[in-house]
Design a protein around this ligand. Structure first.
Ligand code: 13P
Length: 248
């Protein structure tokens, strides 16, 4: 049985004080349950949020990680630095990174490998744009994004990784994929992994992201191949995010 995982992605929002208050409210309000909860916070607030979550089971995540181990890479944050600060998860290949900052499939694969080398669990984000979906290219796009990492890291690497399916057309738009639309792609991703290693496919958590809200979380999380959510906007509100966390 896969453990449900609910992750908040705060993106570039909030002040230090707001982040600490939000983290404290989550720590106070989270009911013990079968699920794991994590928050992916801005790099500069990692240590503050870690402090705020100190006595809570909520895990800490980062929103990206460098594709190199160390050295002259101005502005980058290495996986070793994240591990040093108590970070458990790092998103890699978020669509906002791919589209606005030029993260390529190759750099995403390198980020994934760097994270794993430092025991930071990579959360590989994949998903198609609206145009790609309308051209019936969803599976092809997801294949390409997955295969780049499988080729670089090996299928065994997915024993210690998370996948997030985030259709780009559903991110921040209020348009959620229907439960069935999301399940169809999740099932496809699991099958693609199973073709190479059925045991790993059975174990790997696949999260859905894209306008997850308190009122649609239950339906999505009830689908057999959806193991939780990667929540953007709705993770900035403690009450709403807790409701989502309690929907598994
Ligand atoms: P929204 O929940 O705001 O649509 O964002 C989803 C997302 O990109 C999470 O990584």
């Amino acid at each position: 049985m896969r453990q449900p995982l609910i992750m908040g992605n705060w993106k570039m929002n909030g002040s230090r004080e707001e982040g600490v208050q939000l983290a404290k409210a989550l720590a106070d309000g989270l009911n013990a349950g079968s699920q794991e909860v994590a928050v992916c916070v801005p790099f500069v607030y990692v240590s503050d949020i870690r402090g705020a979550l100190a006595s809570s089971p909520i895990a800490l995540g980062a929103q990206n990680v460098a594709d190199q181990a160390s050295g002259a890479y101005t502005g980058e944050i290495s996986a070793a630095m994240l591990a040093d600060c108590g970070v458990k998860y790092a998103l890699v290949g978020h669509s906002e990174r791919r589209s606005y900052y030029g993260d390529t499939s190759q750099s995403v694969a390198n980020r994934f490998c760097q994270a794993q080398k430092q025991n930071v669990i990579p959360v590989l984000c994949v998903g198609e744009t609206l145009e790609e979906r309308e051209q019936d290219r969803t599976f092809q796009v997801v294949d390409e994004q997955l295969d780049a990492v499988i080729d670089a890291a090996g299928i065994e690497a997915f024993a210690n990784a998370v996948i997030a399916y985030e259709p780009v057309w559903a991110i921040g738009t209020g348009k959620t994929a229907s439960d069935e639309q999301a399940q169809e792609v999740h099932q496809y991703i699991r099958k693609r992994i199973a073709d190479r290693n059925p045991a790993i496919a059975e174990k790997v958590q696949i999260l859905y992201g894209g306008s997850v809200k308190p009122d649609n979380a239950k339906g999505l999380f009830a689908m057999p191949d959806i193991d939780g959510g990667l929540v953007g906007g709705a993770s900035l509100d403690a009450k709403g995010f807790l409701q989502i966390c309690h929907s598994v």
